[in-house]
Design a protein around this ligand. Structure first.
Ligand code: G6P
Length: 615
């Protein structure tokens, strides 16, 4: 969602922050801004559109030793310069950038009414900025240093909602303050300079020494030092962690788009996720961070998966895999629904969150709700040290590398792969035989090679994409494990190409979607061999009978009535446990190439953000 970078150090505030904002742009990008404090006061520059607009506006004017900056994804108020951050209090003393939502901003405004503060924007953030200025002014009697900190603290205790903030004050040129509740914020510790950011990616090129702030913590930074305390003034001991972040991984290299790069990185990202995670006898998976004993896991009678977006589709695949191979009943919930639903759950229910970023607010809140109720919680996520990873009892990191493209690709297949390995592990704790385990491990190890072979068809898929880019509607149909892949195929296409697409279990088509079928509405069928293959073919014929164009993605071992099918994309024959991964690849490529044909900005689709940190 919104991105924050703050800097205090030796005269390169603007440059560092601009670099950071560019790396954060994928989180939200309708407008951006920078405020630097120098002898003339707060110099604020804000622009709508991409960060490059801001860069042009700033020109060479990038000096200064203290600054805060922001990329915005609008929640309150239109996309205008006035609504862009940083916001400066009407007395000109305080500048602030904010990620999150201040739910009681109207009552803050009412409180400030008649006290001399005015508002230039429609945002919730400006209310907090003026509230800090008000408290700062009220605490005139205190010595200057703690006055600023106290004003921030006091104001934050009045916030209902979520925030990650960075604040500066004209009277305090050697101080930068950050705080978080519900929205991520990290501290980067450098040499004679310190940073704050909403995302490691923004500052990993400056320092790899990071402190993750927890909810209700406030950090007070100078260029040489920092201290952390809670909003009610209890001192907090900082834990400095070194992030193992290869900044080159977040660069485009020879690719045109991050989405393309991340699709083609999948043989590698999958290999990284399984490295060192099979037992010596190659019959099961091994995970270091579960923090639950085999006995604990054996006693789980039910698993509830929680997630949002693409990760929710990965959970649906996990449901099929775990029920099939471990025979444990699984339910999948949208995190945003679960957190308010108060679902009755058995006492031996294990909760697992899947989240690429580890920061999605609804998933985090759902995990907290599950913990409040006393359930054991695990996570599968791709961001080491993220909020969800830290708050769950244990978990499995995906090690897929940074995913920058807003439309998730390599993180999705890696989540499915980890789920398959978890199904294997849980299965082996129960009724899955040694022989079946060995066969599955063998199959998993073939995955990177088979994914490469599937990617080799990119040229053919690009040709198909050229033909189908003109349509405005598309159905994705699949059965069993291919149903969530159909959902994900439809989501990918709509996200990046803005074509209206829907995913359905193939047989459900007859209960409504069939009304859409015509020569103007193609269907993508996902067909795998097995007991229901013939039924999928019958569904395909139903579409053809209504003149609907058919693109069929099928295993090499599927015998298809080729003359009746408009386009065929084959994936290598493989064990059923890895089929959902292989079948996902053509979905990703098709969406990518169709979006290119339509001239869409695939890495930054309109209205979308990579990490959704507001409810
Ligand atoms: C956003 C992203 C999706 C992602 C979803 C959940 O909608 O655009 O790609 O699947 O959030 O994010 P998470 O980081 O929790 O997996």
């Amino acid at each position: 969602m919104c991105g924050i970078v703050g800097y205090i150090g030796r005269d390169r505030a603007g440059r560092v922050m601009l670099d950071g904002l560019k790396r954060l742009e994928y989180r939200g990008y309708d407008s951006s801004g920078i405020a630097v404090l120098n002898s003339a006061g707060i110099q604020s520059t804000r622009r709508t559109g991409r960060v490059k607009e801001l860069e042009v506006a700033l020109g060479e004017n990038l000096g200064g030793t203290l600054g805060i900056s922001h990329t915005r994804w609008a929640t309150h108020g239109d996309v205008t310069v006035a609504n862009a951050h940083p916001h400066v209090s009407s007395d000109g003393k305080i500048a602030l950038v904010h990620n999150g939502v201040i739910e009681n901003y109207l009552s803050m405004k009412k409180f400030l009414d008649g006290k001399g503060y005015t508002f230039q924007s429609d945002t919730d953030t400006e209310a907090l900025t003026n509230l800090i200025a008000y408290h700062y002014d009220k605490e005139k009697e205190q010595d200057n240093k703690s006055r600023f900190l106290e004003a921030v603290r006091k104001s934050l205790t009045h916030v209902e909602g979520t925030f990650g903030v960075a604040v500066l004050c004209t009277d305090c040129p050697g101080e930068l303050i950050g705080a978080r509740k519900g929205s991520p914020l990290i501290i980067g510790i450098g040499k004679n300079e310190n940073l704050i950011a909403s995302d490691v990616n923004a500052i990993a090129h400056c320092t790899q020494n990071i402190v993750y702030l927890n909810d209700n913590e406030v950090v007070h930074l100078s260029s040489e030092d920092f201290s952390i305390s809670t909003t009610n003034s209890t001192k907090v001991e900082a834990i400095i962690q070194t992030v193992d972040w290869d900044t080159a991984q977040a660069e485009l290299g020879d690719y045109s788009h991050f989405m393309e790069k991340e699709i083609f990185e999948q043989p590698e990202s999958l290999k990284n996720g399984m490295r060192g995670r099979f037992s010596d006898d190659a019959s099961t998976a091994v995970f270091g961070g579960l923090n639950l004993s085999p006995q604990d896991l054996r006693s789980a009678d039910r698993i509830v998966f929680l997630a949002c977006g693409t990760a929710w589709h990965a959970c649906l695949v996990a449901e099929y895999l775990i029920e099939r191979f471990a025979r444990i009943p699984v339910e999948v919930e949208y995190a945003s629904e679960f957190r308010y639903r108060n679902a009755p759950l058995d006492k031996n229910t294990l909760i697992i969150a899947i989240s690429q970023s580890g920061e999605t607010i609804d998933t985090l809140a759902a995990i907290r709700e599950a913990k409040r109720k006393g359930y054991r919680t695990l996570s599968i996520n791709n961001s080491v040290g993220s909020s969800i990873a830290r708050e769950c009892e244990g978990g499995i990191y995906q090690y897929a590398g940074p995913e920058i493209g807003v439309a998730s690709t390599k993180a999705f297949t890696s989540q499915i792969m980890i789920s398959a390995m978890l199904a294997l592990y849980l299965g082996r704790l129960r009724s899955l035989s040694y022989g079946d385990g060995v066969e599955i491990v063998k199959a998993m190890k073939t995955l990177p090679k088979l994914v490469s072979e599937t990617l080799d068809q990119s040229g053919a898929i690009a040709t198909i994409a050229k033909k189908y880019a003109k349509y405005e509607d598309c159905l994705f149909l699949g059965r069993q494990m291919m149903f969530p892949i159909a959902l994900e195929g439809a989501l990918k296409l709509k996200e990046v190409s803005y074509i209206h697409a829907e995913g359905y279990p193939a047989a459900e088509m007859k209960h409504g979607p069939i009304a859409l079928i015509s020569k103007n509405c193609p269907s993508v069928f996902l067909a795998t061999s097995g007991e229901i293959f013939q039924k999928s073919l019958a569904n395909m014929q139903e579409v053809k009978a209504r003149k609907g164009p058919v693109i069929c993605v099928a295993g090499e071992d599927c015998e298809l009535p080729e003359a009746d099918i408009d386009e065929i994309i084959r994936v290598p024959k493989c064990h059923e446990i890895i089929q959902p991964i292989l079948m996902s690849i053509p979905m990703q490529l098709l969406s990518y190439y169709i979006a290119l044909e339509r001239g869409c900005d695939v890495d930054k689709p309109r209205n979308l953000a990579k990490s959704v940190t507001v409810e």
